[in-house]
Design a binder for this molecule. Sequence first.
Ligand code: NDP
Ligand code: 8X3
Length: 252
Amino acid sequence: MNNTVLITGATSGFGQSCARRFSENGWNIVLIGRRTDRLDTLKAELSNKSQVHTLPLDVRDRDSVTDRLQSLPEPFQNVDILINSAGLALGLLPAHQTDLDDWDTMVDTNIKGLMYCTRSLLPGMVERNRGHIINMGSVAASNPYPGGNVYGATKAFVAQFSRNLRADLLGTRIRVTNIEPGMAETEFSIVRFKGDVPKADSIYQNTEPLTGGDIAEITYFVATLPEHVNINSLEVMPTCQAWGPLAVHRER
Ligand code: NDP
Ligand code: 8X3
């Protein structure tokens, strides 16, 4: 029987690249995202290497997530790896100017959606004493920046939630990993800037950012280490990115 990986955010970016990477090795794959056309296209692409099940789903919908993830068809029922990649940043405005709806959307997706998916699949993993939760955190969890306000805070949640899961799961063979990427060129910035492609492109101009393929390779590595090896967190940046000095405001 093949191993099964369930990937949220599979219609773009890291999730889509992970689907391709796991498919290369014949894994059964469950693809989750809201854009049905993209799920169908990816399924068609991967179907010669993998058995693929598509699940058009909004991870913010607690009842649907619970219902659909707990009633997966054969041969996808026993999920070995959950990759929680669905997530987003919205805007870069300072906290006092931001749209409260954007904050809600980030909390509902990056925190609550990730919680719902994890909670739906964990009991089966514990019962089988086998599984791996891989969360897409971010360097934004521990590196504050102007306009990062709630986005970074949601990723700080992901970091602590990942560690706390490890504490709860001690004594089982279930692994938990938080992958924390820096700048990566996906649709992330197009979403952040609400469809303003030139603005999104300017973020990556004259740089060599991480790609979805880079993160998929790292995810596959983490997932296929021997079962007794748990990477707790893995922070990765493109070589062209590093930290700057702390900002100091000076009165004139
Ligand atoms: P993309 O925008 O390329 O992909 C985001 C994915 O999330 C899409 O497949 C989208 O699918 C899905 N998604 C968003 N909202 C929902 C929802 N409510 N329900 C279901 N699926 C949803 O971005 P990335 O691949 O770059 O981002 C993946 C993760 O990595 C995110 O959590 C992001 O915060 C994190 N990250 C990204 C970095 C970067 O620089 N790119 C760096 C560090 C972390 P659809 O719209 O079809 O629903
Ligand atoms: C995405 C990386 O630096 O834009 O999580 O927040 S950053």
